[in-house]
Design a binder for this molecule. Structure first.
Ligand code: 6PG
Length: 264
């Protein structure tokens, strides 16, 4: 969307994805906002809407702030985008902990996306399992694709421990192949989480990890350069079946990658 050319480097990690390295966290957030804008353009060109799942985390937050400001706010084809979240905490939408609540307050309530095209988990239901099954039903009714609904774009973050969405190390959810969405209790957080499963995420057309900051460098190196151990590093379970996998990272996060020969 912006006129100036941004310098970025692409590292080919073959089946583990294409890694696009942005100069800094601001360039990374801009890259993510531009991706959302392009996803809408592509859907408009094909006279359809695009189904997008957002994630929680710091880079999506900055992405949202950019999307709520010029030029994105007025130029994005908001009516072409339908929003979901890949994971959620068991808190009300009004909580600062709510991924959907944060995205609504940061940008979705400030731009002209039709209200009927924003689908947070319903955390006002009786329990997390009910919210997960309600979301799975909504996705089956709304998002095209069979046997598994196929999102156009799923944005993910990666935690320092290698988790993604709310697929945490050592949890059964990592191996889930039947359900699209599950609720589970995460012992180390002492909290309930709702999450898309690998089966749903891996059916998407495009899955994009947004990873920024020096604190992620060692884990990113293990996930991309190391052996596969999905129970320890759940981000490694993300392998789109018939789609593309992209890692959008900043130089600080890319610093330990073996295929990265950028100067620091
Ligand atoms: C959540 C997220 C989670 C997040 C990562 C990375 O709700 O906690 O969905 O998976 O994306 O922990 O978060 P940061 O980008 O803030 O490091």
């Amino acid at each position: 969307m912006r006129a100036e050319k941004k310098s970025e480097t692409v590292l080919d990690y073959e089946e583990r994805g294409q890694v696009t390295v942005a100069n800094d966290s601001e360039a990374l957030a801009d890259m993510a906002a531009t991706l959302i804008a392009k996803t809408a353009v592509h859907a408009k060109d094909e006279s359809r809407v695009a189904y997008v799942a957002l994630s929680g985390g710091s880079t999506p937050k900055r992405m949202g702030q950019l999307l709520a400001s010029a030029p994105f706010a007025s130029e994005v084809h908001w009516d072409r985008l339908v929003f979901f979240w890949g994971d959620e905490r068991w808190v009300p939408l009004s909580s600062p902990e709510s991924n959907a609540g944060e995205a609504k307050r940061t940008f979705l309530d400030l731009v002209p996306v039709p209200a009927g095209q924003v689908h947070p988990f319903d955390t006002s239901l009786d329990n997390p399992a009910a919210a997960a099954s309600n979301m799975a039903d909504l996705i089956r009714e709304t998002v095209p694709g069979s046997p598994v609904p196929r999102f156009d774009l799923i944005l993910l973050g990666m935690g320092d421990d290698g988790h993604t969405a709310s697929l945490f190390p050592g949890t059964e959810a990592i191996q889930e192949q039947e359900s699209l969405v599950i609720a589970h209790y995460i012992e180390k957080l002492d909290a309930e989480r709702l999450t898309f499963t690998p089966a749903l995420i891996n059916a998407a057309k495009h899955v994009v990890f947004l990873v920024g900051g020096a604190g992620k460098a060692a884990t990113l190196h293990h996930v991309l350069d190391g052996g596969i151990d999905v129970d320890r590093l759940p981000s490694q379970v993300i392998r789109p079946v018939d789609g593309t996998l992209t890692w959008m990272v900043d130089r600080a996060a890319a610093a330990e990658l073996e295929r990265n020969d950028l100067d620091d």
